[in-house]
Design a protein around this ligand. Structure first.
Ligand code: CO
Length: 139
């Protein structure tokens, strides 16, 4: 597997609107995307651009969302996952599985329109890790 760039850091929030205010007014962010729904994952997301990566704000739709459980434990929100790019999603999945890491489900289309999967945080030094095929390299 070829490890690519850090695409984004996922941040869970009880309110994307509130987090947008924070990133604009406190962090000085000037490039903040429009929030959109990711129904397959039960979340609403919004990307905040920084010069070298993005922050992915994630708010649950409802209590059945996986993010809802995280927010019950961390009601104010918090850092949720990191996402790295790879050139080939299936090669990356095989790589982690060969090394005994638990890939959570099959690759699916993520917030950037390319395939993604998550790897269990307990197999990743405590970090929930998203692996994403680099945009433009889908094959
Ligand atoms: Co993500």
């Amino acid at each position: 597997m070829k490890l690519g760039r850090l695409n984004h850091v996922g941040v869970a929030t009880p309110s994307i609107a509130g987090s947008i205010d924070f990133y604009r007014d406190v962090m000085g962010a000037t490039a903040i995307g429009a929030p959109f729904d990711l129904p397959a994952q039960g979340v609403k997301v919004c990307f905040v651009d920084t010069p070298n990566t993005q922050i992915e704000l994630i708010e649950p739709y409802d209590d059945s969302s996986p993010i809802a459980g995280y927010l019950r434990a961390n009601p104010g929100g918090g850092q949720h996952h990191v996402c790295y790019e790879v050139p080939d999603i299936l090669a990356a999945k095989a790589w982690f599985e060969e090394r005994g890491r638990r890939v959570l489900g099959e690759p699916r289309i993520g917030a950037h329109g390319t395939p993604i999967f998550f790897v269990h945080p307990k197999d990743m030094g405590g970090v929930l890790t998203e692996i994403m095929e680099t945009p433009g390299e889908t094959h």
